[in-house]
Design a protein around this ligand. Structure first.
Ligand code: CTP
Length: 393
């Protein structure tokens, strides 16, 4: 992170303990951190912990006279390259959205002229409450990057969206936010496919697969973060559209093929979608159980990657994915040759990768194979986006 300066505002929630790990990761990545601890945050982590990890003074109060003599709050809010709010509580976001400045953290947030990234964490019902939805929408309109919280079991015993994203994923978002000013991919158009496709059998039934779309969406977000114009062709998934990305929703492989063709020309295409290899002739009316198991007439779907590799409009850089369960690297190498793409990103999907938060991949290029250590899907996306920027430079 090349000495980039992060002003980290730690809000009051149980997830505040993860901000300590975030400080450690930013430091490890070569960034500098100055922490501001809210009154609420101080009930969960101490200024001593944050100070030791950041190797910097921790600020807590607006009424520290010495700081105010030096116009501390203005200085603090301007000296950073990026302001990060982690965890961003419902209360903190409500104040940010309303422009309330009643403590050091909120005053800094109102006084800053730097990009702001918020990593929310709260109870699922608070996250889904109409007031929070309104505040998040307002913050996004105001240019704040609000990350989507993770889903899962929460400290309060409930289940759903509201968990703080893992510190590694937040670090990836920080890198994206810092990178966007660099605009390494400005003026480049990249097509990304993501998610599964669904092949209808009759008006109510489909053949689908387990792809969650998370990796593809993270790649689209990371590319947009580097300034690319991104067209995201998405199969049926319930994920929010990443900031700054043009999204085209499709259902079947044929629709995805048409959407990709329609989005050309592009400088690069990253085909992450798990496209159904075959479709069936869908019945016009619902098949009835009494008629017994249906005889499905299968036919091959277009291979979007293969077509693109041999198209007149072949993007300069064509990246395919290979979800494999056996001989991952060997299968990926063969797939790269067969499909005619430049790179294959191979992942072993025999474990919990599909639908999970992490991925461990092998990047197969014309120069050989790189095996990346297991990381969050956001971090994999960030690294891949950087590599794509290198290749298109
Ligand atoms: N792909 C595509 N269109 C298809 C099928 C796959 O664009 N109809 C793309 C995927 O998005 C991914 C890559 O091709 O980038 C992976 O292809 P895969 O289906 O795994 O390869 P196959 O050639 O079908 O090999 P196999 O099923 O034997 O593993």
């Amino acid at each position: 992170m090349n000495g980039k300066r992060i002003l980290l505002i730690v809000g009051g929630g149980i997830a505040a303990y993860k901000s300590c790990e975030l400080v450690r990761l930013i430091r490890k990545a070569g960034g500098q951190v100055t922490c501001v601890l809210t009154e609420g945050g101080s009930h969960f982590v101490t200024a001593m912990t944050l100070g030791a990890l950041s190797e910097n003074r921790v600020y807590t109060s607006l009424w520290d006279l010495k700081d105010e003599v030096e116009m501390g709050h203005i200085q603090l809010s301007r000296a950073a390259d990026l302001v990060v709010v982690c965890p961003a509580t419902a209360d903190l976001m409500a104040k940010m959205a309303a422009g309330i400045a009643d403590d050091l953290a909120t005053t800094l947030l109102l006084a800053t002229d730097k990009p702001v990234l918020a990593a929310p964490a709260m109870n699922v019902r608070m996250w889904q409450h109409a007031a929070t939805r309104r505040n998040v929408a307002q913050l996004r309109t105001d240019g704040v990057t609000v990350l989507e919280p993770d889903e899962g079991a929460m400290a309060c015993g409930e289940f759903g969206p509201g968990r703080l994203p893992e510190p590694e994923a937040i670090l990836g978002a920080i890198r994206n936010a810092l990178g966007s000013s660099a605009g390494r991919l400005a003026g480049k158009h990249v097509i990304v496919t993501a998610g599964p496709t669904q092949e209808p059998i009759d008006p109510v039934r489909v053949i689908a697969n387990r792809s969650s779309g998370k990796q593809g969406f993270a790649i689209a977000e990371a590319l947009a973060g580097l300034g690319a114009e991104v067209t995201l062709v998405a199969g049926p998934v319930g994920l929010p559209t990443p900031r700054g990305v043009r999204r085209v929703d499709v259902e079947t492989a044929r629709e995805m093929d048409r959407a990709v063709q329609g989005a050309l020309p592009a400088d690069a295409a990253v085909l992450v979608a798990a496209v159904a290899d075959w479709g069936v002739e869908a019945a016009a009316s619902k098949l009835k159980k009494a008629d017994g198991p249906p005889q499905l007439a299968w036919s091959a779907n277009p291979d979007i990657l293969l077509e693109l590799a041999h198209s007149r409009h072949r993007p300069k850089l064509l990246v395919g994915f290979a979800a494999e369960t056996d001989d991952v690297v060997e299968a990926a190498r063969a797939k790269r040759e067969r499909k005619g793409c430049d790179w294959i990103v191979a992942n072993d999907v025999s474990g919990d990768v599909m639908g999970g938060e992490e991925n461990s991949i092998h990047l197969v290029t014309g120069d050989g194979i790189e095996s990346w250590e297991r990381a969050s899907k956001q971090e994999v996306a960030r690294r891949l986006a950087e590599r794509i920027a290198d290749a298109l430079a």
